[in-house]
Design a protein. Structure first.
Lengths: 111, 112
């Protein structure tokens, strides 16, 4: 079983739609959680951290469910510019190797 | 702004050649990483370094070595390139105590 699993998609949604991605992780000792965004032929960049209580940044909402070992990302009112691959990333505090990346979920927002 | 640069965006090499990929960061980060990214497999950690002259194997170190002689520079070496090392190579760095990894633009390596 992979340490971090994501539905690869692709998710094709119309502009203005709400879309949600889930990511499951296998290591219950995981301590930090992130969503990264990767545009086509570009490097990954941090989109947002995911906190235990859930957190929101504009149209983006991230949630963590430790009991079921998954995190989610909700995008409201999708824009064309949201088209990208979204990477689920899990971290271990105190570990120098730091992060394990999921293989990503591809989102295309259609006009 | 943190800047992570990689020596080449695109590289074409022949099987058996020795290949050097260089990464430089300008923010005095202790930790540096080399990943490769392949479709469907995501980012896989090859090697990382948490200090000058220190290195640790990641998940897929076979066929690779690294060098960290200076804090700002982390080199990935393919001793004898093979076709299965055709991939996108990404370098990253982060500051101890921080969470965000900063990535370089990547090197797309093709081994013929």
């Amino acid at each position: 079983r992979k340490e971090v699993e994501q539905d690869p998609g692709p998710f094709n949604v119309p502009e203005g739609a709400t879309v949600a991605f889930n990511c499951t992780y296998s290591n219950s000792a995981s301590q930090s959680f992130f969503w990264y965004r990767q545009d086509c032929r570009k490097e990954p960049k941090l989109l947002m951290s995911v906190y235990s209580s859930g957190n929101e940044d504009g149209r983006f909402t991230a949630q963590l469910n430790r009991a079921s070992q998954y995190i989610s990302l909700l995008i409201r009112d999708s824009k064309l510019s949201d088209s990208a691959t979204y990477l689920c990333v899990i971290g271990f505090s105190g570990s120098a190797r730091q992060l394990t990346f999921g293989s990503g979920t591809q989102l295309t927002v259609l006009p | 702004d943190v800047k992570v640069t990689q020596s080449s965006r695109y590289l074409v090499k022949r099987t058996g050649e020795k290949v050097f990929l260089e990464c430089v960061q300008d923010m005095d980060h202790e930790n540096m990483f080399w990943y490769r990214q392949d479709p469907g497999l995501g980012l896989r950690l090859i090697y990382f370094s948490y200090d000058v002259k220190m290195k640790e194997k990641g998940d897929i170190p076979e066929g690779y070595s690294v060098s960290r002689e200076k804090k700002e520079r982390f080199s990935l070496i393919l001793e004898s390139a093979s076709t299965n090392q055709t991939s996108m190579y990404l370098c990253a760095s982060f500051l101890a105590g921080d969470n965000e990894q900063f990535f370089g633009p990547g090197t797309r390596l093709t081994v013929l």
